[in-house]
Design a protein around this ligand. Structure first.
Ligand SMILES: C[S@@+](CC[C@H](N)C(=O)[O-])C[C@H]1O[C@@H](n2cnc3c(N)ncnc32)[C@H](O)[C@@H]1O
Length: 335
């Protein structure tokens, strides 16, 4: 396996660029503060997932999207997989947050910030001429989106945190648009309450072709990004144990050749060493006053007993305090 992990790092300080805000849902004073998401987040991984699923499961399969938040990620993958209404792939979006799931079930979504990855979904946006069509996909993504979503009016309930919106509104490019699922797909995208730790009890009658758990392992393990590290992080949490339990369950639930798709942010890959990590297994990063695990705990758990192999790498999303150009494996295949 090609190693892009910490063992290859020069531990030099890289100044962070302004962090992109991708938020379309911000929960405050809720059971957690981390339900941020957007449509078509991490496009390279979504496109590659679509390609691999079509190759490995040409007759269709079931996909379980955990940590789906209010379902923007689930809708995005659905729109790519079932392009031109092929309808072979069934997707369930699960999240453990009641509030995110309730919003998802209501089926109205917002797009509003030029800093978000999904701002291109407002074709008339003032900013649109400046959007860098890095993957040459904007036109096609807009088309896929319009196959499943249509514009709608503001509902009589709040979707986004009003204080957060107030700040973003100061931008001349701010433009809030509402979308809803088209009637013909409403029943095909299921957003349910579900915890990945309980995966064995969900859809117990079947194994599945893909499981997503993107940008959420850091929540399960209480892991911070290195530059976010604070003395409040609970270092008594045994991150390795939590990760291994989840990986074991994911392995059991997947069909052979099935995919496990993880996030592209630093916190899902680089783990701050907890009190259970031995000194020989950690590095101390002086600039941030924090020790990190030499081996990414999630990669180790996936490679253990030769059960998974990484099949797709992409550039880490910011913030990455170690190296901005670090590559992380976001798609793993069950051997
Ligand atoms: C930062 S959001 C990521 C949303 C989406 N996956 C994305 O990448 O845009 C993290 C979500 O993970 C959910 N979550 C955390 N732990 C979970 C678990 N064990 N099972 C299901 N959802 C979980 C949280 O409730 C939150 O909505």
């Amino acid at each position: 396996m090609k190693i892009y992990g910490p063992q290859n790092y020069q531990y030099s300080y890289t100044p962070l660029k302004t962090q992109t805000s991708f938020t379309s849902l911000k929960l405050k004073n809720d059971e957690n503060d981390f339900s941020d998401t957007c449509f078509y987040r991490d496009i390279p991984t979504l496109l590659q997932t679509t390609k691999l699923l079509k190759e490995n499961f040409p007759n269709g399969t079931t996909i379980m999207d955990f940590a789906a938040s209010n379902g923007e990620e689930t809708i995005s993958l659905y729109s790519l997989l079932n392009r031109n209404n092929n309808n072979k792939y069934t997707i369930y979006g699960y999240d453990k947050s009641d509030r995110a799931v309730n919003l998802g079930k209501k089926g109205i979504y917002t797009v509003f910030s030029e800093k978000s990855n999904d701002y291109f979904l407002i074709p008339e946006c003032h900013y649109s001429k400046q959007i860098n069509d890095k993957y040459g996909m904007i036109k096609e993504l807009r088309r896929c989106f319009s196959e499943v979503m249509e514009p709608t009016v503001e509902p009589n309930y709040k979707i986004n945190d009003p204080h957060y919106i107030k700040i973003l509104q100061k931008s001349p490019y701010f433009q809030l648009k509402h979308f809803k699922l088209k009637d013909e797909v409403k029943d095909k995208i299921k957003i349910e309450k579900g915890d990945i730790n309980n995966i064995q009890n969900l859809l117990p009658e079947r194994k599945v072709g893909a499981i997503m758990f993107r940008n959420a392992m850091y929540i399960e393990t209480g892991n911070y990004a290195i530059n976010e590290f604070s003395l409040n992080e609970d270092l008594n949490i045994n991150k390795k144990e939590i990760i291994e339990k989840i990986v074991n369950k994911v392995y059991d639930k997947l069909l052979p050749g099935g995919l496990f798709i993880i996030g592209d942010i630093e916190k899902d890959h680089i783990y701050i060493a907890d009190n259970h990590v031995k000194d020989k297994d950690k590095y101390f990063i002086r600039n941030y006053g924090v020790a990190i695990c030499k081996q990414p705990l999630l990669w180790n758990a996936l490679e253990k007993d030769d059960r998974f192999e990484p099949v797709f790498y992409k550039k880490v999303d910011s913030p990455c305090a170690l190296r901005e150009d670090m590559k992380v494996p976001t798609i793993w295949r069950k051997k």
